[in-house]
Design a protein around this ligand. Structure first.
Ligand SMILES: NC(=O)c1ccc[n+]([C@@H]2O[C@H](COP(=O)([O-])OP(=O)(O)OC[C@H]3O[C@@H](n4cnc5c(N)ncnc54)[C@H](OP(=O)(O)O)[C@@H]3O)[C@@H](O)[C@H]2O)c1
Length: 282
């Protein structure tokens, strides 16, 4: 049914390269949005404990009449739960909200290098337990900078399967992507359309007009051709559908280069800087 490419991770598992993100979807509206996405053909959902909508993700899968095994689910450890015992309890809660006995991928949401005495390695060791138990099929990190990844490499036995980081045309985040490429860590690009901020860029509009595609499709296609994993969020059924229609056209190298040239470096970042971010949700 689906022509979404699959990316093989460093632990031998496989993840659909295109999924559906549910950040900022209201808990009450999440089951319906997820059901819509699954009916369109998405088979990969990206949620997090922080989003407060894991329950809706599980419900949406059941409402779509799909088996748990048909859908790839990622969730993430919230910032308040980095202490090992808290992480274990939080993971139980994630599984019970999803009504599943495993997640396909579980991530440390933020490294929080200024909190917990800078110790994200103990937290990572707990994710290694979840992987060993088979309750997280794969484990990875999110918002980790090269220095944080170097530390995991030096002090733990497992290379993260993915690093989920901010990437879009205004913030290409090349240094972190290249680190991933060198070390076999797949890059997942969050806010792939910069929450809409890149869509009225004249370069993107020009390429979209020439291709007969929407600006969002062109930007998402740029990510796909660069090899990153993406999961655009939308609550609009029309946008959920069009964000999925990426596999019947191609951008040529000059288009790819023109979009890549929009990179503004650090000033293009829209989210928090992972070296400083220390927010603990109430
Ligand atoms: N690990 C992290 O720290 C982190 C941080 C941020 C995000 N994420 C993950 O990445 C996912 C995607 O990122 P995101 O939600 O921040 O932003 P995004 O996917 O780049 O953009 C979503 C925004 O763009 C709009 N939109 C979606 N499709 C559109 C289209 N075709 N045309 C015009 N506007 C469109 C949506 O509005 P409508 O809903 O009204 O369509 C929404 O406001 C999240 O849902 C989450 O799973 C992870």
């Amino acid at each position: 049914m689906s022509n979404v490419p699959v990316t093989e991770l460093n632990d031998g598992t496989r993840i659909p390269q295109l999924g559906f993100g549910v950040f900022q979807i209201e808990p009450d509206g999440t089951a319906a949005a997820v059901q819509t996405a699954l009916e369109i053909g998405y088979r990969h959902i990206d949620t997090a404990e922080m989003y407060g909508n894991e329950k809706g993700v599980g419900q949406g899968i059941r409402d779509a009449g799909l088996d748990r095994a048909d859908v790839y689910i990622t969730s993430k450890l919230n910032n308040g739960f980095h202490e090992p015992d808290d992480a274990r309890r939080a993971f139980e809660k994630t599984l019970s909200a999803l009504e599943s006995d495993y997640v396909d991928l579980f991530l440390i949401h933020w490294p929080l290098p200024t909190l917990y005495g800078g110790d994200f390695v103990s937290t990572w060791n707990v994710l290694e337990e979840f992987a060993k138990e088979g309750r997280a099929r794969s484990i990875g990190v999110s918002n980790f900078q090269p220095a944080h990844l170097d530390r995991l490499a030096a002090e733990s036995a497992t290379v993260p399967a993915v690093n989920q980081i901010e990437v879009h045309p205004y913030f290409a985040n090349e240094e972190v992507r290249e680190y991933g490429q060198r070390h076999g860590i797949a890059t997942e690009a969050w806010s792939p359309i910069a929450q809409g901020k890149v869509l009225d860029d004249p370069v993107i509009e020009r390429i979209a007009d020439a291709a007969g595609r929407s600006p969002a499709q062109v930007v998402l296609r740029w990510h796909i051709q660069r090899g990153d994993i993406v999961f655009p969020k939308s609550v609009s059924p029309d946008r959920i559908r069009s964000n999925f229609a990426l596999f019947d056209f191609e951008l040529d190298n000059s288009d790819l280069d023109a979009i890549s040239a929009l990179d503004q470096g650090e000033s293009g970042r829209t989210g928090p800087n992972p070296d400083k971010f220390d927010y603990i949700p109430k």
